[in-house]
Design a protein. Structure first.
Ligand code: FES
Length: 95
């Protein structure tokens, strides 16, 4: 979802570029049934979600939700804020 957002000029942060080292790509899945149909978040994702601002029962990290045809029509909300510990101008290094 992070890549899809960026390709469509949606301002979803992704400070660590999907390497599961931040929570700035936090999204809220608007439909509980859709959330339930997704593979469960693994421990690493849950650890980062614990740091997310405004965590909800249907929160996920956008970089961990893989776009698939079955998700067509899914809607997401962005939280009102994110926690980004990086200073302005920080550019993450690829792993
Ligand atoms: Fe950092 Fe998703 S972009 S965890």
């Amino acid at each position: 979802m992070l890549e899809v957002a960026h390709k469509n000029d949606i301002e979803l942060e992704g400070a660590c570029e999907g390497s599961l080292a931040c929570s700035t790509c936090h999204v809220i899945i608007n439909d509980q049934a859709v959330y339930d149909a997704l593979p469960e978040p693994d421990d690493d994702e849950n650890d980062m979600l614990d740091l997310a601002f405004g965590l909800t029962e249907t929160s996920r990290l956008g970089c961990q939700v893989i776009a698939a045809k079955e998700l067509d029509g899914m809607t997401l909300s962005l939280p009102k804020a994110t926690r980004n510990f990086a200073v302005d101008g920080f550019v993450p290094k690829p792993h």
